[in-house]
Design a protein around this ligand. Structure first.
Ligand code: ADP
Ligand code: MG
Length: 245
C-alpha cells in the first residue's frame, strides 16, 4: 500500500540545510497496524506528512496503492489524499464553528454524494463511534475523548484505504487515551490499515509492527503480531522453528 524509497527531506533555515529525513525507505502492506516511534524532533511528523501527501519529499519516490506520486500536481495530490487517506491528529483539528455532524460531513463534500446521503453517512459514522447523540454539539461542548471520536468518525467517513494518526492520544488523559487506542485496534481488526505515530513506547506495543526512527532514519523495525490472515501460518512456522531448535 505504502512504498517509500530513498526519501530525503531537507529544510533550509537561513544558510543552514537541515536534513530531516535521510534516505528513508519503508513499505507497509494492507491490513497492517504500524507504529512509528522516536524521540521528539526525530522526523516522525515530517514522515507522516509525506505518507499523507501533505508534503513532498526533497528526493525519493513514493507509490501509494501502486500510484506514483512524485510528478503529481498539488490538485492531483489533494484528490488522491481525499480519496485514500484519513487523518487523526493530536489536537483533533475539528472546525470549532461546525457541530460534530457537520465536521464529519466535511470530507464527504468531495465524494460525489448528495446532501442527504452525506448527512446519513456522517450520522452512521458518529453512531459507529458511539457519538450518535452528540451530532449537534460543537467541539467546545465535547470532552477531549469525545472530540477525538468525532475526528476519527470524520477520518473514516470517506472509507480511506489508509488511516494516519499523529500522536492521537497525546492530548488525552491515560484512561481516555487507552479508549481511543482500543478503538484504533478495533478498526485495524476490522481491516483498516493504520500508521500511528507516537513517542510513547507503551502505545506502540499495541501495534503489529513497530518502527523506530532517529535523526530521520529507521534504526529498528520489529514485527510484534502477524498480519491479519497470516496468524495460523506464522504460528506453524514458530512451532516448526521451535521443533528444529
Ligand atoms: P517529530 O514529529 O518526530 O517530533 P518533526 O518531523 O515534527 O519531528 O520535526 C523534525 C525536525 O524538523 C525538527 O527539528 C523540526 O524543527 C524540523 N522541522 C519540521 N518542520 C520544519 C519546517 N517546515 N521548516 C524547518 N524545519 C522544520
Ligand atoms: Mg510530531
Amino acid at each position: 500500500m505504502i512504498d517509500l524509497k530513498h526519501i530525503t527531506k531537507v529544510y533550509e533555515r537561513g544558510m543552514e540545510k537541515l536534513h530531516i529525513l535521510n534516505d528513508l525507505s519503508l513499505s507497509v502492506v494492507q491490513g497492517d497496524f504500524v507504529a512509528i516511534i522516536g524521540p521528539s524532533g526525530s522526523g516522525k511528523s515530517t514522515l507522516m506528512n509525506m505518507i499523507g501527501l501533505l508534503d513532498i519529499p526533497t528526493s525519493g519516490s513514493y507509490l501509494l496503492d501502486g500510484v506514483a506520486t512524485e510528478k503529481m500536481s498539488d490538485n492531483q495530490l489533494a484528490e488522491l489524499r481525499n480519496k485514500k487517506i484519513g487523518f487523526i491528529f493530536q489536537q483533533f483539528n475539528l472546525l470549532p464553528r461546525l457541530n460534530a455532524l457537520e465536521n464529519v460531513e466535511l470530507p464527504l463534500i468531495y465524494s460525489g454524494l448528495g446532501k442527504k446521503e452525506r448527512r446519513e453517512k456522517a450520522m452512521s459514522m458518529l453512531k459507529l463511534l458511539g457519538m450518535g447523540e452528540r451530532g449537534h454539539h460543537k467541539p467546545s461542548e465535547l470532552s477531549g475523548g469525545q472530540q477525538q471520536r468525532v475526528a476519527i468518525a470524520r477520518a473514516l467517513s470517506v472509507s480511506p484505504s489508509l488511516l494516519l494518526a499523529d500522536e492521537p492520544t497525546g492530548a488525552l488523559d491515560t484512561k481516555t487515551g487507552n479508549e481511543v487506542l482500543e478503538l484504533i485496534i478495533q478498526l485495524n481488526n476490522q481491516g483498516n490499515t493504520i500508521v500511528l505515530i507516537t513517542h510513547d513506547p507503551h502505545i506502540a506495543e499495541n501495534a503489529r509492527r513497530v518502527i523506530s526512527i532517529r535523526d530521520g532514519a529507521i534504526v529498528k523495525d520489529e514485527r510484534l503480531l502477524p498480519l491479519p490472515g497470516e496468524a495460523a501460518h506464522t504460528a506453524d512456522d514458530a512451532t516448526a522453528t521451535a521443533h528444529l531448535a
